[in-house]
Each structure stands twice: as C-alpha cells, then as structure tokens.
Design a protein around this ligand. Structure first.
Ligand code: ATP
Ligand code: MG
Length: 411
C-alpha cells in the first residue's frame, strides 16, 4: 500500500486548503493531521468529497484562520470544538484531537482533549484509524498505530480492540458497509466478535440505528450490505422478522439495474416488503420513523401488495388501472413492480409508471366552466370522464374533449 505522496493525490482545491491548514498550524505551534476516511481513500486512490482534519490544539481557531485566508464558508460548533468549511463543493471538517472513555455500552462516551494517538485509539477500524501530518516540517508523515496500511492492502476490516462493538454497536453496521463497499472481508477475529456482540445492538437508540441504516441504503450497492447483514444476524436484531431472502435479492437486482441514482426510500420499501403490518409498525417504532415519509411509503407499498391480485389482469381497462394506482406514490408502485411475480401485474404497473401517470386532459377546470359546466362537483366529474376517455384511447385531441363536454351538458 502506497503511503508516500498521499497529500499530493488530493484534488487541487483540497490540496491548497490542506497546505494552508498546515502552514497556519505551524504558525500556531500545533500539529494538524488528515485522518480517517480521507487517508483510507487516498491510499486506495478512491475519490472522497469530505475530509477530516484533526488538530492537537484549538481546531475552531485554526478553521477561522483558514476561512479568512481562503475565503471559505465557515460553520463552527464551539460546544463540540468542531468547525466545517465549504469550498468548491468539498466539505472539510476540523476537530480537536480527543480521547474518549466509554462508561456504559451504547451511551455516548466521556470526551476530553487529547493527542493524535489517543484520537486514533477511539476509532472504529484499523483502516479508518490512520493520520497523515500536514505541518510543513513533517508533511506526509503517516501515523498508523494498528496496522491499518497492511489491512488495507489485504482487504480486511478489523476492530482496534476486543470491546469495540460493546463500546459502540453501530460499528457492526459500519463494518459491513465498508466491507461491502470496498470488496473487503471482516478479519476473522472481528467477525467472531461481531457475532458474539449482536445483542449489543439493543443498547442503540432508534435514531442512531436509523442513521446507519440510511448510510447503508445510500451506498451504490445496498443489496450487498443487506445480504451480508442478513447472514451475520444484524437484520434480525433490527426486527426478528427481517431477513434476506432470494426474492429480495431479485427485487433489489431489478431496482439497482441501470445507472439510475440511488433511491434509499425505495430500498427501504423493498427491505420491509415481506413484513406484515404489525411487524412493520414495530420496526418503524424501533427506528423512530413513525409518522415519517418512510412510514407513509412503506405502508402504501404493503397496501398495494394486498391489491396486486386485482392488477394481475391482462384485460383491465387503462382508466381503471390509472384510478387504482393514482393515490399511490410512485416509490410504492416501483417496490411492487420489482417484487411482482405475475407477468400481467408487472406489465400493468410498468404501463402506469411509463405512460399512464403522465396522461393529462387538454381542458382544465376553468375552460369547462367557460364551456358551460356548472360550478361545483360536476367540474371534477367531467374532468375525470375526459381523463378516462383519454386513457382508454377513446379521444385524442382537445376538440374531442370539447365534443364530450358538449354531450355531457346536452348542447
Ligand atoms: P465515509 O466514506 O463513509 O464517510 P468515513 O471513514 O469518512 O467514511 P465517517 O462516518 O465520515 O466515516 O467518520 C469519520 C471517521 O470517524 C471514521 O473514519 C472513523 O475513524 C471515525 N468514526 C466514525 N464513526 C465512528 C464510530 N462509531 N466509532 C469509532 N470511530 C468512528
Ligand atoms: Mg466521511
């Protein structure tokens, strides 16, 4: 694994910013480092849009000086000793090195300022626990206390110590995310610790689980992560009825085919598709998602699943299909499309999504009034008739619509 010349691999605007941070740190007599994901990604030559800088000293002050020097946008969080800079679409987070003590599993740790070594010791995996000095005098010097560089070249995700998952069980979710994203393997000791520590996921708050689940679903290949999480028993800890099965596999394959953007809400609907209403409600409660958009979409998806039999009809009229589906969000419809086994149901859902949902009448409510339709519910009824006629191909033009209206009002 190549550790020299790492800083030079940064894209130009981040390089400029990093060098400026190093010079300012020199002036203040403190040490500053690139740490965590950016070091890992630079070593792997993978693009990264976020960088983390840790300072053995006042990071907020350093960030303020950088913002002044470079004209970057600054946000500070004094209470946490952190700051963020935005420049050219990149985001740079600065923080003061700290040491952490975990007093209770799952609870947030006690924190105090510390050295880079202490800061690296509190991290999740060896591949995320490396730092590169950015001060001029020691520029490019790598601190790798746990063999992260070697694990990167062997493709291993390894915790730093045996109590890691007990201190913070969300690391199990992070572990499979990195493993599958990078095409790595869990180191065998880490995998054993993970299986043994599964119950610790019960100590994690709904919001934290939700956050890590969302990070899974925002990855390019969420299905790989979910499959692995299913096999390791992580999914069943989120809800006992949640598992990975071959049907889910093909649904995800269909959903992720092509190069469309990731759609985390759709992936969530696919993940919970085999739960019943009660189980879904329990899972949403555990993840603190009751009343959220995901709650709405996943319920719609299950409701439509209950109506799929009616859609499995090759002779269904297009207007009937339209009015059956129009109350559902397209995410819920897509989820059913990717699961539906029956060919006619699939064709009908596709037809709706590709064509029918875009069909519009040429005439609007105001024009109907001008043509003599009485104000009130009649307007809606007439518009619905026009739309149905359009959908079923009975009429094709605005003048066809006007003819229908004339017939309705008896002209
Ligand atoms: P990504 O590419 O997914 O952003 P990242 O490595 O940058 O990966 P972040 O979640 O942005 O990950 O966190 C930054 C760094 O903070 C990590 O590299 C890791 O060193 C540390 N970290 C984050 N979460 C934890 C955790 N739960 N326990 C220990 N260390 C963590
Ligand atoms: Mg990051």
């Amino acid at each position: 694994m190549q550790a020299t010349g790492l800083i030079e691999r940064l894209p130009p605007s981040l390089l400029k910013l990093t060098l400026a941070a190093g010079e300012l740190a020199d002036k203040s007599g403190i040490r500053a480092y690139l740490v965590g994901g950016i070091v890992r990604d630079l070593m792997l030559c993978r693009p990264s849009i976020d960088i983390d800088i840790m300072a053995e000293g006042d990071a907020v002050r350093l960030a303020r000086q950088m913002a002044e020097k470079l004209g970057a946008r600054l946000t500070t969080h004094r209470a946490f000793g952190t700051a963020s800079l935005k420049i050219d679409g990149y985001s740079v987070d600065l923080a003061t090195c700290r040491s952490e003590v975990y007093r209770q599993p799952g609870a947030l740790p006690l924190v105090r300022p510390g050295s880079i070594r202490e800061d690296l010791q509190r991290r999740d995996f060896t591949i995320n626990a490396m730092a590169v000095c950015i001060n001029k005098s020691n520029q490019g010097e790598l601190t790798d206390l746990f063999g992260g560089c070697e694990d990167l070249s062997e493709g291993l995700v390894r915790v730093l110590h045996n109590k890691s998952f007990q201190d913070d069980a969300t690391r199990m979710m992070r572990a499979v995310r990195y493993e599958q994203r990078l095409g790595f393997r869990l180191e065998s000791g880490t995998s054993k610790l993970l299986r043994r520590s599964l119950d610790m996921l019960d100590t994690i708050s709904g919001d934290r689980l939700k956050n890590d689940l969302s990070l899974w679903l925002n990855e390019t290949h969420p299905e790989k992560i979910l499959r692995r999480a299913g096999r390791l028993g992580i999914l069943a800890k989120l809800h006992p009825a949640l598992s990975w099965d071959p049907m889910m596999s093909s649904a995800f394959r269909r959903a992720t085919r092509g190069n469309g953007a990731a759609n985390p809400m759709l992936y969530f609907c696919l993940l919970v598709y085999n739960l019943d209403e009660g189980e879904l409600y329990e899972l949403l409660g555990r993840l603190n998602l009751i009343g959220s958009r995901l709650d709405l979409l996943s319920h719609q998806s299950l409701e439509l699943k209950g109506n799929l039999d009616e859609l499995d009809n090759p002779a269904i009229k297009k207007s009937e299909l339209y009015f059956m589906l129009k109350e559902y969000d397209t995410t819920a419809i897509h989820a059913n499309l990717y699961y539906a086994g029956a060919a006619a149901a699939r064709r009908n859902l596709r037809l709706y999504l590709d064509r029918l949902c875009y069909v519009k009448t040429s005439l609007g409510g105001n024009e109907l009034l001008t043509l003599g339709v009485r104000q009130g519910p009649q307007v809606g009824i007439a518009l619905k008739k026009l739309l149905a006629a359009r959908l079923d191909g009975v009429i094709r033009s605005k003048s066809d619509e006007i003819d229908i209206i004339h017939r309705i009002i008896g002209h």
